[in-house]
Design a protein around this ligand. Structure first.
Ligand code: BGC
Length: 427
C-alpha cells in the first residue's frame, strides 16, 4: 500500500466532518491583509493557547491574517485525523503541527512545500543542531520549522501538599510507591491521570526509560529489538504500569483530559502528575511558581535521561501568492529569538535554537536545558515514543492499543503484553 492509500484508508471522511467544522475559529475578515495563513494545531488547553497566541500576534503584526484551526485533543490524534481528511479532500491548511518521522510521510506524499529560501536567509543550518534540522527536512530540503524542545520524562509535584505531609519528591520507583502510599493514606489521589491512550503510553514510556535505562529504551523503540521488547525488564515495566494505574490513579480517570489532571494537582486533590512539560504551561497560565507551588523533577529513575519531543509546523504546497507569503513569514518568525523566548516561556518547553539564552526562564526550563545538554553528551537523549518522535504514526498507534488495553484490563498479563508490544513495534 503506498502512503496516499494508507492515509485515505485510515480516514473516513463522513465521520470526521463535524469535528472539522466545529474546530474553525472565525477571525476578523475585514482587516486589510497581505495574505492568510491557516494553521492547524492541537494547542487548545489554556497554557498551549497562550503559546500559539504569541505566534498569531507576530504574524498579524507583519500584516497577515491568521486563520486558526485548533483541534482539541491532547497528543494530537484528533488533529491528525482532521488534517488527513483535509489533505485527502485536496484542501490542506497552509501550516500544520506535524512532527518527527511523520514529516517524512507527508513529504513522501508530495504535500509539503520547500522552505529552503527562508531557511537560508535566516541561517537555520547554523541555529539548529544538525539532528534537529534533519528531522525538518524531506529529501534534503526544509519542509517544516521546529518551535521548541519539550521533555517528556517529568514528574509534577504539588509542593504545599508534600510539605504538609513531610514527604519529598521521589527519585526512584520505590520512593514513588512510598510517597503514593502516604498520599493515599491522607485521602489525596497520588497520581492525577487521564485514561486516554496517549496518556497511558506517556506513563508507560517513562517506566520503560526508568527500568530499561536509555540504552534499553533505544533498543526497544528505535532499534525495534525483539529480545528487548519481550524481555524480563519490559515485562517489569508493564507490571509497574499496572501498579500505578490500579493502585495510585483514581477510578474517575477514564477520558479525563491531561490539563484537567494538572488541575487536580494544582488544587491539591492529587499529589503528582506524570506528564511532559506542556503541563508546566498550565501552572504558568494559572500564575503558579515552580519551587513554591509546584516542583518539577525527572520521572523517578530517569535522572540523566531526556526524552525529547520537538513540536514543528510543516508547510503545505499552496497556490495563492498572499498565502505563500504568509507561510514564509510564519516560518521565519517561528525561529526568531523573540518568538522562541515568549512562546516557550508560555508553552513550558525550551527554545530549539542552539544559541538560546534561558537565563530569564524559570528553574524548570533552566534544568531542562542543562539536562538536555548533559543527556546529549551520552546515551541519555532519546526520542519520545508516545509523542511521535521515535516511530511512524502507524507503529505508535499499535503501541497505544497494546498499552491502553493492558492498562484497562484488570486480568491483563504483562508477559503477553510485552509480546504484543513487540508485534506492534516490529510490524
Ligand atoms: C505536543 C505538545 C502538546 C501535548 C498535549 C504533545 O504531543 O508535542 O505540544 O502540548 O501533546 O496536547
Amino acid at each position: 500500500m503506498n502512503a496516499i492509500t494508507r492515509i485515505a484508508a485510515a480516514v473516513s471522511l463522513a465521520s470526521l466532518l463535524p469535528l472539522a467544522l466545529t474546530s474553525n475559529i472565525a477571525v476578523a475578515a475585514d482587516a486589510p491583509s497581505k495574505g492568510t495563513i491557516e494553521v492547524l494545531h492541537w494547542w487548545t488547553a489554556g497554557g498551549e493557547r497562550a503559546g500559539i497566541n504569541v505566534l498569531q500576534k507576530l504574524v498579524e503584526k507583519d500584516g497577515y491574517t491568521w486563520k486558526d484551526n485548533g483541534v482539541a485533543g491532547g497528543g494530537g490524534e484528533a488533529a491528525m485525523t482532521v488534517l488527513k481528511s483535509r489533505a485527502v479532500a485536496g484542501n490542506p491548511p497552509g501550516a500544520a503541527q506535524i512532527k518527527g518521522p511523520s514529516i517524512q510521510e507527508w513529504g513522501e506524499l508530495g504535500f509539503l512545500t520547500n522552505l529552503d529560501d527562508v531557511a537560508k536567509a535566516n541561517n537555520w543550518d547554523k541555529i539548529l543542531a544538525p539532528q534537529i534540522a534533519d528531522i525538518m527536512k524531506y529529501d534534503g530540503h526544509y519542509v517544516a520549522v521546529p518551535v521548541n524542545i519539550h521533555r517528556v520524562n517529568w514528574l509534577w509535584v504539588n509542593k504545599p501538599v508534600f510539605d504538609k505531609l513531610g514527604i519529598k519528591a521521589p527519585t526512584t520507583l520505590d520512593e514513588l510507591y512510598a510517597v503514593s502510599d502516604k498520599l493515599k493514606a491522607a485521602g489525596i489521589i497520588p497520581l492525577a491521570h487521564g485514561g486516554e491512550a496517549w496518556q497511558d503510553s506517556t506513563v508507560f514510556e517513562d517506566l520503560v526509560l526508568s527500568i530499561l535505562g536509555p540504552e534499553g529504551f533505544h533498543k526497544a523503540f528505535v532499534d525495534k529489538d525483539e529480545a528487548t521488547l519481550t524481555g524480563p525488564k519490559m515485562v517489569q515495566a508493564f507490571e509497574a504500569l499496572k501498579k500505578l494505574e490500579g493502585n495510585y490513579m483514581d477510578p474517575d480517570k477514564s477520558g479525563r483530559k491531561w490539563n484537567d489532571a494538572t488541575g487536580l494537582v494544582m488544587t491539591g486533590k492529587a499529589g503528582m502528575q506524570i506528564m511532559g512539560d506542556w503541563a508546566k504551561a498550565e501552572w504558568t497560565a494559572a500564575g503558579k511558581k515552580s519551587g513554591t507551588d509546584y516542583e518539577c523533577v525527572p520521572f523517578p529513575g530517569t535522572q540523566g535521561s531526556f526524552t525529547y519531543n520537538i513540536d514543528s509546523l510543516a508547510m503545505f504546497k499552496l497556490k495563492d501568492p498572499g498565502a505563500i507569503a504568509a507561510q514564509q513569514d510564519l516560518a521565519k518568525i517561528a525561529l526568531e529569538p523573540e518568538f522562541q523566548t515568549v512562546f516557550n516561556q508560555n508553552k513550558g518547553s525550551i527554545p530549539v535554537r542552539s544559541d538560546a539564552d534561558v537565563s530569564k526562564f524559570d528553574a524548570c526550563a533552566q534544568k531542562s536545558q542543562a539536562d538536555y545538554k548533559a543527556a546529549a553528551a551520552g546515551a541519555g537523549l532519546q526520542p519520545t515514543m508516545a509523542h511521535g518522535m521515535a516511530t511512524s504514526p502507524a507503529v505508535e498507534g499499535a503501541v497505544f492499543d497494546v498499552v491502553t488495553n493492558f492498562a484497562n484490563d484488570p486480568k491483563g498479563d504483562a508477559k503477553k503484553a510485552a509480546e504484543q508490544l513487540a508485534k506492534a513495534v516490529m510490524q
